[in-house]
Design a protein around this ligand. Structure first.
Ligand SMILES: Nc1ncnc2c1ncn2[C@@H]1O[C@H](COP(=O)(O)OP(=O)(O)OP(=O)(O)O)[C@@H](O)[C@H]1O
Ligand SMILES: [Mg+2]
Length: 95
């Protein structure tokens, strides 16, 4: 959502949060300027880490992040995180 507000050059984005039963899926979609996906690689100086960090954090809990975008075509970021209870091996202390 911060990326949409900061980079997309539009003043509207759509946020959808839903559950499939196995996973929670968050999608943030804007109709803004979009970008070349290769531009989203983190810089060696530690800047532009947002998307990379999102992927890493999703992977840590068995989820993933998908980005669909291209210049002039808007951006959709989808994060899927599995729903786990203690009986699934999840660590309830973390939640
Ligand atoms: N919704 C968007 N619309 C247009 N461009 C985007 C969008 N999201 C990301 N970008 C482009 O991808 C780049 C990388 O995004 P990322 O979130 O990884 O880093 P950042 O926002 O630049 O910095 P940080 O998130 O570390 O503060 C951005 O600098 C921007 O150029
Ligand atoms: Mg960012």
């Amino acid at each position: 959502m911060t990326n949409a507000a900061r980079h997309a050059r539009v003043n509207e984005a759509t946020v959808t949060l839903r559950s499939t039963g196995d996973a929670v899926i968050a999608e943030i979609r804007d109709e803004g300027c979009g970008f070349e996906l290769r531009d989203s690689v983190a810089e060696p100086d530690g800047s532009h880490v947002g998307l990379v960090a999102m992927r890493e954090r999703a992977a840590l809990v068995g989820g993933d992040v998908t980005v669909r975008t291209s210049p002039g075509k808007g951006t959709a970021v989808r994060a899927a995180v599995p729903i786990m209870g203690p009986e699934d091996g999840g660590d309830s202390e973390r939640w």
